[in-house]
Design a binder for this molecule. Structure first.
Ligand code: ASP
Length: 346
């Protein structure tokens, strides 16, 4: 008699156990690994691009892709690959992240970054930091070495010092090109203010016609997804403005059951549309493909009046890189080591 009960109890227990195992490695094509990066979306037109600049941008993207690929190919985690690739782009003055970040209205560089682990849904982010050489690494420290998810400004910098994260003088981030970008924005700002006597206008922010934020999504050999984004934000930003990049679910999101996403574009619209999580939810609840979900969320950004793009990578290694701007710096590397780098719309 007893024995029979044992059998009956055993069946559901076995089902639960099987279910748990299946969740761990969702039907991902085990062993397939892919890494995708972006270097920002905006009015990137071939006719405005010098061959020298294009070569520098391509070299930066390629170096980041190679770094990430090396990590994953050696059996490293997608998290390490994302952090490694983003650090390279943060150190490259061609991009609006780390060195080469755009200037705020007050002439400072204030950096935002985030990273997320799709296998645990752990996440870390920092906003408005001024002295952190590689904000993505501080975001990772927030995720791994604190009980918090998001830290801002002075407190985040104090935590960085305690966590052993590299700190630099604020002058490290300055580049002449970005400084000129701010001067141009300020001039257009005051011209507009003179024309438009409304005292409620806060001025032009979406002036930098090439944003340059950086991001990375990766799938490692174990089927774990990760995403990260790092940015100086938008030229001429004011009042301690924070963009979408460090807002988990808006500019950055990763979940092993669906997708890893990193966004770039006019952050306010990405926050209002909760773009990265919306993309994941469309796949989760509606069963859309990464391609379909990517298109749908970029359409919503556009419908609201915003612009930009994103990179997304699903649990099986399918990628999407939709944008509604003239161009987006973007690239991918697949398991076979094939690197592809694209800049323009067509
Ligand atoms: N999304 C960033 C922000 O709004 C800017 C960008 O992607 O270029 O801060």
């Amino acid at each position: 008699m007893r024995k029979n009960y044992f059998h009956i109890a055993f069946i559901p227990a076995l089902a639960v156990l099987l279910g748990a195992c299946m969740q761990k490695a969702p039907e991902s094509k085990a062993g397939n690994y892919v890494l995708v990066i972006h270097g920002g979306a905006g009015t990137i037109l071939k006719k405005n691009m010098t061959p020298e600049r294009e070569a520098l941008v391509r070299a930066g993207l390629e170096a980041a892709l190679k770094k990430g690929y090396e990590v994953i190919q050696a059996g490293g985690s997608s998290l390490d690959a994302v952090e490694g690739a983003i650090r390279i782009l943060e150190d490259d003055p061609q991009f609006n992240a780390g060195k080469g970040a755009v200037f705020t209205h007050d002439g400072r560089n204030e950096l935002d970054a985030a990273i997320m682990d799709g296998s645990t849904l752990a996440a870390g982010s920092v906003a408005g930091v001024r002295t952190i050489k590689n904000p993505v690494s501080l975001a990772r420290a927030v995720m791994e070495k604190s009980e918090h998810v998001m830290m801002a400004g002075r407190g985040a910098e104090q935590f960085a010092a305690e966590a052993g994260i590299e700190i630099v003088d604020t002058s490290y981030f300055r580049t002449e090109e970005r400084w000129r970008g701010l001067q141009k924005a300020l001039a257009e700002d005051s011209a507009k203010t003179k024309l438009d006597h409304s005292s409620t206008k806060l001025g032009i922010m979406n002036i930098d016609n090439k944003f340059g934020t950086v991001g990375c999504v990766a799938l490692d050999k174990k089927g774990n997804l990760a995403a990260g984004t790092s940015t100086g934000g938008m030229t001429n930003k004011k009042y301690g403005r924070i963009g979408d990049a460090p807002v988990i679910g808006a500019g950055t999101y990763a979940n092993n059951n669906t997708v890893a996403v990193s966004c770039t574009g006019w952050g306010e619209f990405y926050i209002r549309n909760v773009v990265a999580h919306d993309l994941s939810a469309l796949m989760d609840y509606k069963g859309l493909s990464v391609e379909e979900a990517g298109k749908a969320v970029i359409k919503k950004v556009g419908d609201l009046g915003g612009d930009g793009g994103l990179i997304a990578l699903d649990k099986n290694g399918n990628m999407a890189m939709p944008f509604n701007t003239e161009g987006m710096y973007r690239g991918s590397v697949t398991k076979d080591g094939k690197i592809e780098i694209l800049i323009y719309k067509n």
